[in-house]
Design a protein around this ligand. Sequence first.
Ligand code: DX5
Ligand code: ZN
Length: 233
Amino acid sequence: MAVQINPSILSADFARLADEAKAVEGADWLHVDVMDNHFVPNLTLGVPVVESLARATDTPLDCHLMIEAPDRWAPQYVEAGASSVTFHVEAAAAPVRLAREIRAKGARASMALKPATPIEPYEDLLPELDMVLIMTVEPGFGGQAFLDIMLPKIRRTRELITKRGLELWLQVDGGVSASTIERCADAGADVLVAGSAVYGASDPAEAVRALRTQAEAATAKASWACDHGTKGT
Ligand code: DX5
Ligand code: ZN
């Protein structure tokens, strides 16, 4: 599968979200960070803003819910117009039921793991999901330094996906930039979230293009993509 670049609007100007969405046209998805000040120590936006943003842009919305009780709230983000909804497995009471509900409502279902959460206990859930998100910072804030120590988890997750022959996307989020994106792609990530590296750039659309070029080149050389039959595609 081709590399996808998802700018995170956490680093955008919240008073100009429609314009900020347009500034990254050419991106595959807009990554929307929902924080409730309970699951993470920060507060951002909720369902009404997602509803408005979905009307304001043609770019599909990838909602990353850093909230308590996602079982209760995640379906509302599908109804608000999100095309992909990610819940944190640490917060979900019934992740299989929740993933099925998100899919039944018509969105892609994705499960996120904080840095200290291992993938192995969740291997059997993978067929229920469309994407796994490996956090490469502690969730809560943009602009943090990339955690290199997550690279082995990205590799192990890619191996599980390959072993089971799944069409699952592998997203990384946190500290992804020109200096870290190649390591992410080499380790097996194919959906790359970037906040400050895109919206902190003088030309956000150009930053998306440059990150994509780097990630595609790293993927073409990566052993996982070669084994998977996607080398050079
Ligand atoms: C952090 C968020 C990220 C954040 C990434 O909790 O989930 O999506 O926006 O920002 P950067 O790319 O600046 O680390
Ligand atoms: Zn995020």
